[in-house]
Design a protein around this ligand. Sequence first.
Ligand code: GDP
Length: 304
Amino acid sequence: ETLDKGLEKTKTTFFSKLSKAVAGKSKVDDDVLDNLEEVLVSSDVGVNTTLKIIDRIEARVAKDKYMGTDELNSILREEIAALLSETHLGEEREFGIPIDKKPYVIMVVGVNGVGKTTTIGKLAYQFKKQGLKVVLGAADTFRAAAIDQLQVWADRVDVPIVKQKMGSDPASVAFDTLSSAVTQDADVVIIDTAGRLHNKVNLMNELTKVKRVMQKVVDDTPHEVLLVLDGSTGQNAFEQAKQFTKATEVTALAVTKLDGTAKGGVVIGISDQFQIPVKYIGVGEGIEDLQVFNKYEFVDSFFN
Ligand code: GDP
């Protein structure tokens, strides 16, 4: 239901463009495919993923002698579901982040303003609701506001937070957070990090150092590197994904602000282009407005 709300604008815009693209046409021909390509690109699916989808539909058109435009919806639906299945393998990987180690350490990355802090807060809330013991780490020490904001969420969700003063070493905060989590016998640790993209080398060095120091406390951490992207920024989100995947290994994506945007196509394009599963989607500012991404629900609410 919330997902329907979250995707409403994307869906409405997409289908109104699609109906214009096939207006007056009964058969899927080159013209229709060209129009469809435009619709997908302008819905922020991304050029590469769009071409992939078009290629697949073209292959089907070549095989079937006659494909009516009335079939286009269901064919698109199948191809998008198939595409999502390639990145979102297996049922067990569908339902958010698997907490299978203790403490399970999630490092959260992303540029300022994308909804990183909010997503951490919502995630902490979900884990806590599941009965898990959560600890937050304020390793975005670059801005005082980042630490304060995380504190606000820690209070709201009522989970402990480990922080130091602004400007302190992020790796030291991460170390303290993990140590504290181990002492408290916590289940999940969520570490906020600074996302300064204007200095790629610094970003890479900082994230590498944070990881190295975390591993001194808990082996093979972080278990997850969650990149938060603002879905309403369309192509910017692609660019950020590109930069962050260069700087560190990203294992999961959270796409925020899908409510009130028509750019929800980024969910399809980004997971395909970077071959990283979207684990969560943000559909509002409230504490409950974070959904575990489910490819079946996504495709269903989009095409129904
Ligand atoms: P950060 O700088 O990346 O930590 O960003 P914040 O978490 O502070 O979020 C920036 C703004 O985006 C805040 O006003 C949030 O309430 C808002 N925001 C975050 N996620 C969502 C979402 O899924 N939907 C909407 N509508 N707003 C969101």
